[in-house]
Write a protein that binds this ligand. Structure first.
Ligand code: CP
Ligand code: NVA
Length: 317
C-alpha cells in the first residue's frame, strides 16, 4: 500500500497511477465487506467536518454515511451558516477546524479555497467538487469501469458535452494517469483547458493512454468502452444555461450515439444529477447500457477508501 497517511485529495494531479489503483483496490474490498454484512469501526473517535457551499446529494451522503459506518462522527457545516470567508479569514477558520477535526471535506466554488483549507488546517482535506475539479467523482468512475471491464489500461472513454467543466477535467487527468484512452468531444468554446490537455498528454506517454480533443461526436465515440456525459450547465453557471442548450444540442447522448461506438458492450456513465432530455435521452439513461447507479453507489466506497487511507486507518486496530 502506498503511503497515504496525512495527505489531502485536492485534485488527481497529486496521485500516481499506483496510488489511484491502490485506492480502487481498497474501495472494491470495502464494497465487498459491506455487501457481506461485515461492518468495521475503523474510524471510532474520529471527526469529519463537511463544508458545503453548493448543493449535493451523492457527495454529502457518501462522506456522511461512509464516515459514520466506520464509527466516526461527521458534522455538516453549510456555507450559509459558518463564517467561511465572511467576517473571518479562511486561514483562521481552517486553523480552528484543524484543531477540532481529524479531516475536512469541502464542496464549493473556488479551488483556491480547498487548497487554503489544506494549507492552514494541517489535516487531510478532501475536494468534494470545485469549479475546476471533482476528483472523488472520478475515483468512482474509474472503479465502475474496472468493475465492468476488469481493468483500466487500454480502455476507451468518450466524454461528450461540456468539456471544460470540473468532471471533464478530472476525468482527463484520471484517465491519463491510469492508461485509459480519453476522447473529449465538445464545441470549440467548451473544450478543456489547453494547459491541462498538454500536461495530460505528457502523463499519457508514460501510461500508454491517448488524449484526443474533437468536436465530432460520432467520430469521438468509435470503439468506446464507455460514453460519459454531465449536465450542460454546472452549478454556479446558471446564466449560461440558454446558450449551452443551443451549442450543446448536437452533443446529446442518444441511442444513435451509443450505437456509433460499434461496441455492443459499451456502457453509459453520468456523474448525476442528470437533466434527462438535455445531455442524455431518457431511453439511454434508463436503458441496458446505463451504469449510472453503480457509479453513484461507488462514490461511497471510493470516498470511504480515501478517508481510511489518508487517516492511516485502512487496516483498523
Ligand atoms: N455526482 C455528484 O457529485 O453528485 P452530488 O452533486 O449529488 O453530490
Ligand atoms: N459539473 C457538475 C457536476 C455535478 C456533480 C456541476 O459542477 O454542477
Amino acid at each position: 500500500m502506498p503511503h497515504f497517511t496525512g495527505r489531502s485529495l485536492l485534485s488527481l494531479w497529486d496521485y500516481s497511477r499506483e496510488e489511484i489503483e491502490s485506492l480502487l483496490d481498497l474501495a472494491l474490498q470495502l464494497k465487498d465487506e459491506r455487501a457481506n454484512g461485515r461492518r468495521r469501526r475503523r474510524l471510532e473517535g474520529y471527526t469529519l467536518a463537511m463544508i458545503f457551499e453548493k448543493r449535493s446529494t451523492r457527495t454529502r451522503a457518501s462522506f456522511e454515511t461512509a464516515f459514520g459506518e466506520e464509527g466516526g462522527y461527521p458534522v455538516f457545516l453549510s456555507g450559509d451558516d459558518i463564517h467561511l470567508g465572511v467576517k473571518e479569514d479562511l486561514a483562521d477558520t481552517a486553523r480552528v477546524l484543524g484543531r477540532m477535526f481529524d479531516c475536512i471535506e469541502f464542496r464549493g466554488f473556488s479551488q483556491q479555497t480547498v487548497e487554503d483549507l489544506a494549507r492552514y488546517s494541517g489535516v487531510p482535506v478532501y475536494n468534494g467538487l470545485t469549479d475546476l475539479y471533482h476528483p472523488t467523482q472520478v475515483l468512482a468512475d474509474l472503479m465502475t469501469i474496472r468493475e465492468c471491464f476488469g481493468s483500466l489500461p487500454g480502455k476507451r472513454l468518450a466524454y461528450v458535452g461540456d468539456g471544460r467543466n470540473n468532471v471533464a477535467h478530472s476525468l482527463m487527468i484520471g484517465c491519463a494517469k491510469t492508461g485509459v484512452h480519453f476522447v473529449v468531444c465538445a464545441p470549440s468554446q467548451l473544450q478543456p483547458r489547453e494547459d491541462f490537455v498538454g500536461r495530460c498528454r505528457e502523463l499519457a506517454t508514460e501510461t500508454g493512454a491517448g488524449i484526443l480533443v474533437t468536436d465530432d461526436p460520432t467520430a469521438a465515440v468509435a470503439n468506446a468502452h464507455a460514453i460519459y456525459t454531465d449536465v450542460w450547465t454546472s452549478m454556479g453557471e446558471e446564466a449560461e444555461a440558454e446558450e449551452r442548450k443551443q451549442v450543446l444540442r448536437p452533443y446529446r447522448v442518444d441511442d444513435r450515439l451509443m450505437a456509433a461506438t460499434g461496441n455492443p458492450d459499451a456502457i453509459f456513465l453520468h456523474c448525476l444529477p442528470a437533466v434527462k432530455g438535455e445531455e442524455v435521452t431518457e431511453a439511454v439513461f434508463e436503458g441496458p447500457a446505463s451504469r449510472v447507479f453503480d457509479q453513484a453507489e461507488n462514490r461511497k466506497h471510493t470516498i470511504k477508501a480515501v478517508m481510511l487511507a489518508t487517516l492511516g486507518r485502512e487496516q483498523g486496530s
